[in-house]
Each structure stands twice: as C-alpha cells, then as structure tokens.
Ligand binder design. Structure first.
Ligand SMILES: [Zn+2]
Length: 302
C-alpha cells in the first residue's frame, strides 16, 4: 500500500470545492488519503437567497452597517452548509480564507495566506480552477486559479513569520467543468482546453447529490442539483462512465512504463453495448417535473 496522498481542492466560492471535485475527493478520502477543501472567499454574494436574490428586485438595499451584518450572517450559513456537504463526502478538513467575493483580485495578502496554508498542509496534489477560465480577468474562478498559481510558487520559498519549510506541489489538476465544458461566447473562442483525465464517480454520485442538496442558501438543492448532476457530471463520464469529473493536468507526467491503467484495460475488453449500458445508468433523483411546469422558451420578441 503506497503512502497516503495529501490532496487539496481549492475553490473560489464555498460550493466550488465539492461541486467541481466532490466525487474525486470522496474516492481519495475513502482510500485514506488526507483531503482538504479550501474556500478562498466566504461566497456570501454568489447566488445567495438573501444577498443576491432578495436584493435584486428591491428599490434600495439596506445601509452599509446592516448589509455588512447580513453578509457576515450569510457567510456563516454557507460555511455550515459546506461543512455538512464535505462531511457527506468524507472530507472533514475544510478551511475558509474569508476573502470578500465582491471584487476579487489577485492580491499579495491572499497569496501569502494561501501559501502559508500550503506549506502547512504540504499537498502532493492541488485541484483548482483553470486560471484562464471564462474571461480570465474578472471571473472569480479565473482569479482564484491565478491566486493559487502564485501561492504554489511562493509556497516553494520561505516567508518571514511562517516557520513551515518550503513545499513543492507535485501535480495540479484544473477543474474541467469550468474550463473545458460547452464552449460559448467570445472568451471561449480562444479556449481549446481539453480534459485529459476523467475520474469515474458513478459509485459515489449519490453522495455528491446529497452534498449538493446541503446548499439550500444558493438554490442548489432540488431541481438545479438534478440538472447540474445530469448535464455536468453526466457529460463528464467521458462517454464511458455514467458520471465523472474531468480535469486538465498542468504538468506532463514522467513514467518508467507507458501509463495504461486498470480502467483503460477494462474498457478495452468491453463491447460497445456494454460501454453504452455502463454510460446510460441514471441516478434516481427525487425531483420531478411536469409538462405544465415547463418554462417559456418562445417569448414574443427576439
Ligand atoms: Zn464558484
């Protein structure tokens, strides 16, 4: 049995850590690897039922003090949801850097905090957002990916005040759901990013669904969860597995023999119909629609 791996998944917002890599985290936690989730921002603004949704149609929003208090309150609600969700996935080590998610920038103080955490946690593997996701400039996920890149670099050096020795991360896997999904719009035209690793998470997709159900504050529970699991993880089975998570490796790998794992060998031995059968299984989800509830898709204009 090899030495347990140390794995860190770093997301811009509280939900990112497990909605992008939750199944993979569960596999590694179950195997006995040390898995940590890090949320860079408190995420109180992102899709939040109070801060984002309820404020959207108001004439005026509360004054600065009241709004500040509300944001703190909602951040605590989110943190509790994330801890519950990660617990379902077997991940008990969850850290919050608490950066405000209003105007997210590549800031020296955040990089320093994260680098310190990396020197402490000493991960072999980091999973995070692709640094050029979406516009690569203002999109929170892209900025988070850039912060992580700076922090990984800085973690390899000493920082006065931090007694942990420098640490080098072995490999980075970028979340494919953000960077290599259906391409649309101007920014994606320069993309061409392709997942080169898929993790078959079919055996834990019920736990990932249950984890997503915890995110009531941002409206993920229920119909949205069902749709997202089917269109995201369902598509990321790589055409072979019922559900999967896709990743883009940062570093080319060096092997002694050509890499050819047990999974590839099994697929090689399966017939077309066996592969289609494996791919087509669907998690029963307790969320139903009716034709009566179908949303309008043919507005009068446009
Ligand atoms: Zn996010």
């Amino acid at each position: 049995m090899p030495e347990p791996l140390r794995i860190v998944s770093i997301g811009a917002h509280p939900a990112d850590v497990f909605d992008q890599s939750g199944g993979t985290m569960a596999h590694h936690a179950d195997r006995g690897d040390h898995v940590t989730g890090i949320c860079l921002t408190h995420g109180a603004r992102v899709h939040d039922a109070v801060i984002s949704d309820a404020m959207f149609h108001r004439e005026v929003v509360p004054d600065a003090a009241e709004l500040g208090g509300l944001i703190t309150e909602r951040a605590d609600v989110k943190a509790a949801e994330v801890r519950a969700a990660c617990g379902i996935l077997g991940v008990t080590d969850v850290r919050f850097l608490g950066v405000d998610d209003g105007i997210m920038l590549v800031e020296r103080s955040t990089i320093r905090d994260l680098a310190q955490l990396l020197r402490e946690l000493r991960p072999d593997i980091v999973m995070t957002h692709y640094p050029f996701e979406s516009d690569g400039v203002s999109a929170n996920h892209a900025v988070a990916g850039q912060i992580v890149m700076h922090a990984i670099g800085y973690a390899g050096s000493v920082d006065p005040g931090d007694r942990h020795p420098p640490h080098r991360v072995g490999q980075v896997f970028f979340f494919g759901q953000g960077a290599a999904t259906v391409r649309n719009g101007l920014w994606d035209s320069r993309g061409g990013y392709t997942n080169d690793v898929f993790v078959d998470i079919t055996d834990v997709i019920d736990r990932k669904f249950a984890a997503m159900e915890c995110l009531v504050s941002q409206g993920y529970a229920g119909a949205y969860n069902r749709k997202r699991i089917e269109t995201g993880d369902g598509a990321f089975g790589g055409g072979t597995a019922a559900y999967g998570e896709g990743f883009i490796r940062m570093n080319a790998e060096v092997h002694y023999f050509l890499p050819f794992g047990a999974y590839t060998r099994r697929r090689q031995g399966d017939s077309d119909h066996e592969i289609m059968g494996r791919y087509s299984w669907r998690l029963p989800m307790p969320v139903a629609d009716t034709l009566e509830s179908r949303p309008e898709s043919n507005p009068a204009e446009g």
